[in-house]
Ligand binder design. Structure first.
Ligand SMILES: Cc1ncc(C[n+]2csc(CCOP(=O)(O)OP(=O)(O)O)c2C)c(N)n1
Length: 662
């Protein structure tokens, strides 16, 4: 039987379908999401939750003229399917395939790219302001999750909204989940709002409007069929605001308990986010509003897939799974642990013996491994929501009171808190410990998630100790060492499985600012090469050393451990002793570890040539695996060997964009 999905190649095709056909389309899209992501994985749960919403949006509005701005934009798969990318959908997050997020360069229907949370309201408001200034009429629709409201930027935008434009449509997609269960007062507030029977009635202007629509009576009937509590039951309802109109000065209703209305934004909801006719009617209504409006919809993360409904956190984003059962493959015996789990388990260990330590996450208990602490010692664990800036300043506050807070934030998300790192932590020299996961590539996520800049953005700040472990045991040692410092400490480590090195029961103190000589020169070698492999690149350095040794090179391998303070003595010693120095880092070359070595050599007048291997000055695309990107950009054993040989004039330089010679 042919599917409606097969006939939909563009948003205008959605508009041609009748309501029952759209409902059938929703079902078909769900099946496509479940089957299509099974092999490569992706953000299944969030996308299953927005199928009806996305269909309704494309039924009512017309992109690219109208603009849809998605917060985080991990939930745009359905939008991609409906905007001409259906045939490439199964390539999502793979090499040369669709990106997993909205991307301006991918489609004219993606008006604003994202990957980090909390940006959509500001971006959409900027677009609305621009539209008003140029006097055009397009609709700006901003879709944001309940967890986006744990983020400060969202509130900065809301604060600015009613003073900026009269025409703005916000859709609050409330499924009660961030990646983990949503936390904090706003989450509790939304919960109160949707279980408050006072709102269990339709606003008169909305009702009158809907009644005039062709299928309006049906939508109203569905909307009125509200029985029992909203939360969980997801019965269709359109809510009455406390005051139906915004005051003439742009402010919300007086004394309104509704947060949005106090911000001068008309609130409508909550409505069942899976009720297609009601969604369509509500969006049609929103289109006619001449004041900013937020529609609060209730959706279920993972709707239509039992396994995802049962485990919303796991199915927020995952790797391959069985499309029938939702089961995920067990890891092969002998697979090393994930860095994030070593970090979480080490936290538990450290907290048990040192009661000044606490763990802080910004809505990422699983991704950072802090869930281990949450489980073992919940009183030592704090989830602040998607609020990286707050997390950092909060930690600084705790540090002033004698605590050693460990803030676990992905390298890429920590960028948002740079001023807090500078102004609140480093300037006051406070002993906050930062565990920066995903330092390096997050291959299938792509440029929004690669953590390639932290060495550069941290090493210029005074008071910083910055380290990078070469394996999981060293990560534990570094965390332990960090708890003995009285200044800010940053530890960067990569996504995924570690090296398979046994982790000692009791971590050891490391000498701060001291590199580890993994392998020294032998005395009789001719061509001397010093390989400085930072963090996970130390493995590549060791392998390259083995290969070079078989070809008559005398190779030393150094694990720098610290990018700040740099071990000046060891670097200078090997710099002078070697004929060629190679630095390897999983970081951009500009301003990174290799740059630090060059600065040192310049100061010390070490003139040995330095080959730097790292990422070039460009945003790195997504790909199926890290190895593919490393190969493409030359962060490999082969390229290291080729570059060394080229330095000795032994083979022509194997041209790779990555490698620079100083
Ligand atoms: C600045 C930042 N911090 C953390 C994340 C990780 N992250 C991605 S999606 C997400 C939860 C989003 O929840 P919500 O907005 O409610 O959308 P849902 O997935 O529930 O539909 C988080 C914490 C991020 N993308 N950006």
């Amino acid at each position: 039987m042919s599917r409606y999905l097969d006939m939909v190649d563009a948003p205008e095709h959605v508009k041609k379908l009748t309501l029952p056909q759209l409902q059938q389309l929703a079902e078909e899209i769900r099946q496509e999401l479940i089957a299509g992501l099974a092999k490569g994985g992706g953000h299944l749960g969030p996308n299953l939750g927005v199928v009806e919403l996305t269909i309704a949006l494309h039924s009512v509005f017309t992109t690219p003229k109208d603009k849809f701005v998605w917060d985080v934009s991990h939930q745009v798969y359905v939008h991609k399917i409906l905007t001409g990318r259906k045939d490439r959908f199964r390539t999502i997050r793979q090499t040369d395939g669709l990106n997993g997020f909205a991307l301006r360069t991918e489609s004219e229907h993606d008006c604003f790219g994202a990957g980090h949370a909390g940006t959509a309201l500001s971006a959409a408001l900027g677009m609305a302001a621009a539209r008003d200034k140029r006097g055009t009429k397009e609709n700006i629709v901003c879709i944001f999750g309940d967890a986006a409201l744990t983020n400060g930027i969202s509130f900065e935008a809301l604060n600015n909204l009613s003073h900026t434009t009269k025409k703005f449509i916000g859709i609050l997609n409330d499924n009660e989940w961030s990646i983990a269960k949503n936390v904090g007062a706003i989450s509790a507030y939304l919960n109160k709002l949707i279980t408050n029977p006072r709102y269990n009635q339709l606003a008169r202007d909305f009702e009158n409007f809907v009644r005039r629509l062709p299928k309006g009576e049906l939508a109203l009937k569905l909307a009125h069929r509200a029985e029992g509590g909203f939360k969980g039951a997801l019965t269709g309802v359109g809510l009455k605001p406390t005051t139906s109109l915004v005051e003439s000065d742009g402010r919300g209703g007086h004394g309104s308990p509704v947060l949005f209305e106090e911000m001068g934004v008309r609130y409508l909801g909550p409505i069942d986010g899976h009720n297609l006719p009601l969604l369509i009617s509500t969006l049609e209504f929103a289109k006619t509003c001449d004041h900013p409006i937020v529609i609060h919809i209730l959706t279920q993360k993972g709707k239509g897939f039992e396994a995802a409904l049962k485990q919303p956190e796991k199915f927020h984003g995952l790797g391959p799974y069985n499309a029938q059962t939702g089961e995920t493959p067990a890891s092969k015996p002998g697979t090393p642990p994930m860095y994030q789990d070593v970090m979480g388990q080490t936290m538990v260990k450290l907290c048990r013996t040192n009661n000044t330590i606490v763990g802080i996450t910004a809505a990422m208990p699983s991704g950072t491994g802090m869930k281990h602490l949450e489980k073992a010692l919940p009183e030592r664990y704090i989830d602040v929501g998607i609020a990286e800036e707050h997390a950092v300043i909060f930690a600084a506050g705790m540090a002033t009171m004698g605590f050693h807070p460990v803030v676990a934030i992905y390298s890429t998300f920590l960028q948002r808190a740079y001023d807090c790192i500078h102004h609140d932590v480093c300037l006051q020299n406070l002993p906050v410990i930062f565990c920066m996961d995903r330092a390096g590539l997050s291959a299938n996520d792509g440029p929004t998630h690669h953590g390639l800049f932290d060495i550069a953005y941290l090493r210029c700040l005074p008071n910083v100790i910055a380290m990078a472990p070469a394996n999981e045991d060293e990560l534990a040692d570094m965390m332990f060492t960090a708890t003995h410092q009285n200044q800010p400490v940053f530890i960067r480590y990569p996504r995924g499985t570690a090296e398979g090195v046994p982790v000692k029961d009791q971590p050891q103190l490391l000498d701060v600012g001291k590199a580890q000589v993994v392998q020294n020169f032998s005395t009789n070698g001719q061509k001397k090469v010093a390989l400085f492999g930072l963090g996970p690149m130390n493995t590549i350095a060791r392998k390259a050393a083995q290969q070079l040794a078989t070809e008559g090179y005398d190779v030393a391998v150094i694990n720098p451990r610290f990018t700040k303070p740099l071990d000046a003595g060891t670097h200078e010693f090997f710099g002078r002793a070697a004929d060629v120095v190679v630095t390897l880092e999983d970081h951009v070359l500009m301003g990174g570890y290799g740059s630090a070595v060059l600065e040192l050599f310049s100061e010390k007048s070490v003139t040995t040539p330095v080959v730097r291997i790292g990422w070039p000055d460009q945003f790195i695309e997504h790909a199926t695996t890290q190895d593919e990107l490393r190969k493409k950009y030359g962060l490999t054993v082969e390229n290291t060997v080729a570059k060394v040989k080229a330095q000795f004039g032994e083979t022509p330089a194997n041209v790779t964009r990555l490698v620079e010679v100083a």
